[in-house]
Write a protein that binds this ligand. Structure first.
Ligand code: ZN
Ligand code: ZN
Length: 219
């Protein structure tokens, strides 16, 4: 149902949410901040439908219905940013446009799968908080993140490689050159003086910051 939210409604709610993280959302700022043309008619309609309220000073605030929807949109947007940044290694300044596309496309089930794959991240690459989903609450209750960085494994523990968290493409290539790629099983052999993992029949030594950037599914 949420995916049928008209784009202009989504953009207005997202604009209000983002503003409210830093300041009071005035009507003028919401109009400036939204990437689409926001008409009085649209604001009136969203008011009438119970998404938002505008007070006498022209301050805009989200009502529970609008807040709930905005939270989901922001969650999808910021998770899409994390996905592109961490798993695909895209530079932070190039992810904005694609994240805007994703936020309209991702269905709830997929959003939670991506969140789980990324280890329920709390912040987007711009350091803005990612609203929690059911998957995050569940993972916290179970007290065991399923995806962890390789350096958090116990010695002797096996896991399957989920993704690499590498900012630069060259770094990703280096990781692949070591013979490690997503989907492979590995086992942590030692942590000191260097991390050593066994991947298929090969033992591979890893620098600590490389080990921290390999994310694995715990078995
Ligand atoms: Zn962000
Ligand atoms: Zn989650």
């Amino acid at each position: 149902m949420e995916n049928k939210t008209p784009e202009e409604v989504a953009e207005v709610l997202e604009s209000i949410w983002t503003l409210q993280e830093q300041e009071t959302a005035t009507l003028d700022r919401v109009i400036q901040n939204a990437p689409i043309k926001v008409t009085d008619g649209l604001i009136d309609r969203l008011g009438a439908e119970g998404f938002l309220a505008v007070d006498a000073e022209k301050n805009v605030r989200l009502l529970p219905k609008g807040r709930e929807l905005a939270e989901q949109i922001i969650r999808r947007h910021r998770l899409a940013e994390r996905l592109m940044c961490d798993a695909l290694g895209a530079p932070v300044d190039e992810i904005e446009v694609a994240a805007c596309e994703y936020e309209h496309l991702l269905a709830e089930g997929i959003t939670n799968s991506i969140c789980t794959l990324l280890g329920h991240p709390r912040y987007c690459p711009h350091n803005k908080p990612i609203p929690e989903g059911d998957c995050c609450r569940q993972a916290r209750d179970e007290l065991k993140p399923i995806v962890v960085s390789c350096d958090q494994l116990r010695i002797g523990e096996s896991a399957r490689v989920a993704y690499f968290c590498a900012r630069e493409h060259s770094r990703l290539l280096k990781l692949s050159a070591l013979g490690i790629s997503p989907g492979m099983s590995l086992k942590l052999i030692q942590k000191w003086p260097a991390y050593v993992v066994q991947c298929e029949e090969t033992e591979i030594a890893l620098e600590p910051d490389v080990a921290k950037n390999i994310y694995v599914w715990r078995n």
